[in-house]
Design a protein around this ligand. Structure first.
Ligand code: ADP
Ligand code: MG
Length: 570
């Protein structure tokens, strides 16, 4: 864990060393001041050495100017170090997330990924910067003061320093209480966020059921909880800052009283006593830093652990070592004894054999939940087959690069996903280097051109989050236009028209037929019109592929298709 953390420091080791060097000088300048004061009181003032007073004064002024720059370095370059590490981790994590497989996303909540990418990395950056620096400066300050004072009078130093552990203990205990509370606040906040996301993205459902009051009650519950925790947190903060000043004042007082007594005993002189008092008043700073460090360390490391956890997830589906490019694809797709399950327990598909010649359009029918979508998602390797193999033009898909495989397969789904952006952005997503003319041609072929021209800004119209400003049919036409641009030899249409009304369906059906021409096409559909016009129909049931033929042939068999035809399809 810690080694992995240190890995991220490596590229910035000079920045780190600069930060540490500056931090050392900052601590040193704090340690020097009491020594100078002592010299003033013991020698220069009684000796009326004005010349030396001026010289030392100027020397100290120069030192403080230097310290100003050192503070700047710690403040700026130290933070920059944290910022750079955070940047690198966020970049690595996002890039890693892009590689992870569908199975990972099936099991992971978006909100969790977001909080890792945003909050956790922030905590890590804070630790990366403040951690070593706080630890180092505190150590220098505490040990430095102890050594300097012990040289003056060891017993007095021991007496006064015996109070430091109380101050430290108090700070640590309260810090950890506040930390516990802070953790609860974070959980509560993330619950509020999750609820908020749900409510807002479901606002259309909320309003249509007039359940606003219900949403408000749910929200209030979270908000009340949050308020309670925050109240507790500021109460603790009050005790903490009061307590820590109290202990620190006791420390000062002890230096004054015991120091005074030791002056009375003649063991130390006045200058020494003043030095004791000043050192003790400086003690608050390292104690705060240390207790901060302990807190930051826990938060940062917890965040880093979650970061490492995500980074440790292996992309399940990757190129094999000797993967070759899949080139000049004709579109012959073959399933050879394919078996698959999502959870290694219940098999969704087993013993699937299917040979689809180049350019054929086949319709996949069967009851809901038998695995039609699953079967199709195996072709672009969204999931990996457990047994058997899938061949494209006679090449096993496991032996070709994923990029070239997916470049040759297009998928149009029922719930179209559009990015917030313009119509143009969404169509050209199918081929990022397409020209404007290409996009227009694709839109025309998808029967989308006319409605696009009717929108306020044409291709430059913003479609809202997930395309909320468009109708279902319009969204589907954009996704078909996107596919015309991509122009893959193998096409999968997964209930692409199921959620549309008859009129939109009729329009889209035409573009789909146009899209399917000259490509090997898998159509999962409910509508009889779509199915009947396919050259070949496959019936998938829990027993696997049970029927295979044309509409007339299957009807004549009076089997599953016949049943579906008489019930569900009509
Ligand atoms: P169909 O498309 O024929 O309606 P699916 O292929 O979507 O059926 O689903 C087949 C079976 O696999 C169902 O029992 C479904 O619950 C399950 N399933 C589908 N997707 C997943 C997934 N991502 N993770 C786990 N199980 C899934
Ligand atoms: Mg399905």
């Amino acid at each position: 864990m810690v080694e992995k953390f240190i890995e991220y420091y490596k590229p910035h080791k000079w920045l780190f060393l600069l930060d540490m060097a500056a931090a050392t000088l900052v601590a040193a300048s704090d340690l020097i001041f009491p020594q100078i004061t002592k010299k003033f009181i013991n020698e220069l003032i009684p000796g009326r050495d004005i010349d030396m007073i001026m010289k030392l004064g100027i020397a100290m002024l120069v030192l403080y100017v230097i310290r100003f720059f050192m503070d700047y370095i710690v403040g700026f370059y130290g933070h920059l170090l944290g910022v750079k590490m955070e940047y690198a981790m966020r970049k690595d994590m996002f890039s890693h997330l892009q590689k992870l497989s569908f199975r990972y996303y099936d099991d992971t909540k978006t909100g969790h990924i977001m909080s890792r990418l945003v909050n956790d990395l922030n905590e890590i950056a804070e630790l990366a910067h403040h951690g070593p620096e706080d630890l180092f400066i505190s150590f220098l300050m505490i040990v430095g003061s102890f050594v300097l004072l012990a040289r003056v009078d060891l017993p007095l130093t021991l007496i006064i320093f015996s109070i430091v552990p109380f101050l430290m203990g108090f700070a640590i205990i309260y810090n950890s209480r506040m930390r516990n509370n802070f953790r609860k606040i974070r959980v509560s906040l993330s619950e509020i966020n999750a609820g908020l996301e749900d409510s807002i993205s479901g606002i259309r459902v909320v309003k249509s059921f007039t359940n606003e009051w219900f949403e408000e009650e749910k929200f209030d519950k979270g908000n009340d909880n949050f308020m309670g925790l925050r109240t507790e947190s500021v109460r603790q903060l009050g005790i903490f800052s009061g307590g820590i000043h109290f202990f620190s004042n006791i420390l000062n007082l002890a230096a004054l009283v015991f120091g005074g007594y030791f002056v009375y005993l003649g063991r130390i002189d006045l200058g020494d006593m003043v030095a004791f008092v000043i050192y003790m008043s400086l003690m608050l700073q390292p104690v705060r830093r240390l207790s901060n460090f302990i807190e930051q360390f826990q938060k940062g490391m917890a965040g880093f652990r979650r970061f490492v956890e995500v980074m440790a997830v292996k992309p399940e589906i990757i190129d094999s070592e000797d993967a070759v490019e899949l080139k000049d694809v004709k579109g012959h797709v073959e399933f050879r004894n394919v078996g698959f399950s999502y959870n290694n327990k219940e098999e969704v598909l087993s013993g699937i054999n299917l040979d689809v010649p180049v350019g054929q359009t086949i319709a996949l029918v069967g009851p809901s939940g038998v695995g039609k979508t699953t079967l199709c998602s195996l072709i672009p390797r969204f999931y990996e087959t457990d047994s058997g193999s899938i061949m494209i033009d006679g090449k096993d898909i496991k032996n070709v690069t994923i990029e070239s495989l997916r470049a040759n397969i297009g998928m149009v789904q029922q719930d179209v996903f559009l990015f917030s952006g313009t119509i143009y952005d969404n169509i050209s997503y199918g081929k990022l280097d397409a020209t404007y003319e290409d996009v227009v041609v694709a839109a025309k072929r998808a029967n989308a051109y006319d409605f696009i021209m009717d929108t306020p800004d044409g291709f430059m119209t913003y479609i809202g989050e997930r395309g909320v400003k468009l109708s279902g049919g319009q969204k589907q036409r954009l996704s078909i236009a996107r596919m015309f641009l991509k122009n893959p030899p193998i096409l999968i249409l997964d209930e692409a028209t199921s959620s549309l009304d008859n009129q939109s369906e009729a329009v889209i059906q035409k573009s789909i037929e146009e899209l399917a021409r000259d490509r090997t096409t898998f159509i999962i559909a409910h509508r009889l019109a779509t199915i009947r016009s396919s050259e070949r129909i496959i019936v998938l049931t829990n027993e696997g592929i049970t029927e295979d033929g044309t509409h007339e042939e299957l009807l004549a068999m009076k089997g599953e298709y016949f049943k579906l035809y008489n019930t569900q399809l009509l």
